[in-house]
Design a protein around this ligand. Structure first.
Ligand code: ADP
Length: 250
């Protein structure tokens, strides 16, 4: 079976010379939900930006390091890759720029060459999925942080990607917004890779986790095993989630 995501020996330095990724290798199978953990600056966002070709800056530099659904990303197939892999950024304001939520959600599907009717159907389904039908007419900047996140998610879901990559989906949300988003993500059937500091989210949604530190994969395995490894967690600036503190070791 084709791997959903296949990153091999990926190395990346920003133009200023900062080496953000050192030989990162990571495979995600179709249907998996994988947590991507690591302290600030460990390379999570940089890695995510390689998965749909935002990085490197010049696609000609991609040397077979990243494949999505069996296709190595090249300049020629980048459009196709972006249809399959939807990316949700941490900062909703980067992703919402239209006059209304509905227009924002329609933006992605409109790029896919669908008929206006198909676009409208997808927008309606996506708004229903995230519970924002009532707010479709609102300007996105009038929404709460949680609603903005859900609007972004609707925009990604409306493109019907088979893989969903999320950068810090729960950061800045209040407890209710967080619960709603976790419940929503649980229902989404796509393959998921979730970069987050929210270890409770990881426990709830991701059977497997990968830990990055200083641009290197330092652990990859069952989430419970990783979170129970106190020495590993401390060594990489992570903290065992409170909900696991009182549990007996398996
Ligand atoms: P994370 O998402 O885990 O916080 P990042 O991928 O944002 O980590 O950062 C990885 C490393 O790359 C850090 O050392 C960071 O300072 C550096 N970095 C991130 N963006 C840039 C940039 N635009 N230019 C130079 N260095 C950057």
């Amino acid at each position: 079976m084709r791997r959903a995501i296949d990153v091999r020996d990926l190395r990346y330095a920003y133009p200023d010379g900062t080496v953000a990724l050192h030989d990162v290798t990571l495979q995600v199978e179709p249907g998996e939900c994988v947590g991507l953990l690591g302290p600030n600056g460990s390379g999570k966002s940089t890695l995510i930006r390689h998965l749909n070709g935002i990085l490197p800056e010049r696609l000609t530099e991609v040397g077979g390091g990243v494949a999505v659904m069996g296709e190595t990303i090249t300049r020629d197939n980048i459009g196709q890759i972006r249809r399959q892999l939807g990316l949700m950024f941490q900062d909703a304001d980067d992703q919402l720029f239209c006059a209304t939520v509905r227009e924002d959600v329609a933006f992605g599907p409109q790029q896919l060459g669908l008929t206006p009717g198909e676009v409208a159907d997808r927008v309606q389904r996506a708004l229903e999925e995230v519970g924002l039908v009532e707010l479709g007419h609102r300007p996105p900047h009038h929404l709460s942080t949680g609603e903005k996140r859900r609007a972004c998610l609707a925009g990604v879901l409306a493109c019907e990607p088979s893989i969903l990559v999320l950068d810090e989906p729960t950061s800045g949300l209040d407890p209710r917004g967080r619960r709603e988003l976790i419940a929503l993500l649980r229902q989404v059937r796509a393959t998921k890779l979730i970069a987050t500091h929210d270890l409770e989210l990881v426990v709830e949604l991701c059977p497997r986790s990968v830990v990055l530190d200083a641009g290197r994969v330092v652990a990859d395995g069952p989430t419970h095993q990783i979170l129970d490894d106190e020495a590993l967690m401390l060594a990489h600036g992570l903290e065992r989630p409170h909900i696991l503190q009182h549990r007996h070791p398996h």
